[in-house]
Write a protein that binds this ligand. Structure first.
Ligand code: ZN
Length: 452
């Protein structure tokens, strides 16, 4: 029995989505030293031509009017003035005469399988299978909000890996996912589970203490599908009984994690609030610091010196200022949330001013999935231009993901991942909170312009 009615466009979408999976398989095969070309198997596909009123070059800020974006299969083949691109028999044309088209947005810090309520005692009632299904709903919301790629940094029991694979197979609608599996952390730390007394022997799957144990854990999460390694360098806000200021992994443990992860082709994202943990993680060679909310000047200087990215996750602070008391933030975390929220903007602004590299990230799950674009206006409030804020979610995020992932640009040869909005987001970045058109891999997932 068929569970879903598939329209023809949905079937086409499935084929296109599954080719990203094929590409990923090709990457894996290349890493394994096996000659294998996915493109040789792809059937010749007809063209989709988007005729756009304006196209934003996110590298330069240039807005070109009356452009045609030609898509073949899941990739862009040409961008040119619309008059120079003649219609061909069999073309699918999408007219967006009043819209501004830009690359699909990238959120470098999501937890699609989590809700705020799954991070406390309430969460003990929720099975991993149920969390994966929450993830299916949240993946769709995130994609429809204009985020065509996410880096998912932490989930229980590999629910994120299952969700990534379901999206790649076309079973579920969602963004491209670069997923970590369980986050690595110390016993009793932010990435452990500290909710139950000892008789329950309850601990997080990513717990590892000591150099040998962390090496084993890195290899284990890669074995089960991790694209990126997430670690907890300091305490956190929504965990019970730990201190966001306190360092957790030692410098030696983090050096061992980074050495193994990089040797195996994975980047490392380190959750870190407190200054010492930020410094140690950067000196150990992690690729990004997540949050960094309690950094001091020395920590900021270390990020700058080492070229470590900061993923600031600031909108959650504004959201919690208004919603903390009626939110699902557990009692044991409320004061920590107030303290960290009070410090985050001031410290992150210092990092912006110092020229630390920034990639866009939200920690969506702490607030409802789909509101991710709320993050942009905070960056602008702290001194970024709207274009620079857009770059954090496109070219900077792409740089942090690495060359394996051809996203973040509208250029021939890149994935046709793009969005359209009214007006000019380089003048008013909050326009990105109202994305009206979403394409991923050449397939349309949202088109409010067609409804008029
Ligand atoms: Zn997080």
């Amino acid at each position: 029995m068929k569970l879903f009615k598939h329209s023809r466009s949905y079937a086409r979408t499935r084929r296109r989505i599954s080719r990203w999976g094929t590409d990923f398989a090709a990457i894996v095969a290349i890493f394994a030293g096996i000659a294998f070309t996915a493109s040789a198997q792809a059937p010749a596909s007809k063209r989709t031509v988007i005729r756009a009123g304006r196209v934003l070059n996110v590298r330069t800020g240039e807005l070109r009017t009356n452009q045609a974006i030609v898509i073949e299969g899941e990739k862009i083949s040409q961008i040119a003035p619309s008059a120079e691109v003649k219609a061909a028999v069999g073309d699918t044309t999408i007219d967006l005469p009043d819209a501004t088209v830009l690359p699909g947005l990238i959120d470098m810090h999501t937890h699609l399988t989590f809700e705020l309520s799954s991070l406390s005692y309430e969460g003990l009632k929720i099975s991993t299978a149920r969390e994966a299904l929450h993830g299916a709903r949240n993946a769709r919301r995130t994609l429809e909000a204009g985020f065509t790629t996410v880096r998912n940094v932490g989930a229980k029991d590999y629910a994120d890996i299952a969700l990534r694979d379901a999206i790649n197979d076309g079973d579920v609608i969602g963004p491209r996912m670069v997923a970590s599996g369980p986050a690595l952390g110390i016993t009793g730390g932010h990435c452990d589970e500290n909710l139950l007394p000892p008789a329950f022997h309850f601990f997080g799957e990513g717990v590892a203490d000591g150099v040998e144990a962390v090496q084993h854990k890195v290899r284990e999460v890669i074995k089960y599908g991790a694209d990126v390694i997430k670690i907890c360098a300091t305490g956190g806000v929504l965990s019970k009984g730990d201190d966001p200021n306190a360092s957790q992994f030692t410098l030696e443990e983090m050096k061992a994690i980074v050495a193994d992860a990089h040797r195996l082709g994975r980047k490392v994202a380190a959750h870190a609030h407190g200054a010492e943990g930020v410094r140690w993680a950067s000196e150990a060679g992690v690729d990004s610091i997540e949050h960094g909310h309690l950094m001091d000047d020395a920590a900021i200087a270390t990020l700058k010196k080492n070229g470590t990215y900061l993923v600031p996750t600031l909108f959650l602070g504004e959201y919690m200022e208004k919603n903390l008391d009626r939110s699902d933030v557990p009692e044991y975390s409320k004061q920590k949330m107030r303290d960290v929220a009070a410090a985050m903007q001031k410290n992150v602004k210092k990092a912006f001013d110092a020229g630390v590299k920034v990639a866009f990230g939200t920690d969506a799950a702490v607030y409802p999935h789909g509101l991710n674009a709320g993050e942009f206006h905070v960056y602008v409030k702290l001194g970024m231009t709207p274009l620079a804020a857009i770059q954090t979610a496109t070219i900077n995020a792409s740089d942090l993901l690495g060359p394996r992932f051809a996203v973040g640009f509208l250029e021939p040869g890149k994935f046709a991942d793009l969005i359209a909005v009214d007006g000019d987001p380089t003048k008013d970045v909050t326009i990105l909170e109202h994305v009206k058109f979403v394409m991923k891999g050449g397939a349309v997932y949202k088109n409010d312009y067609a409804k008029r």
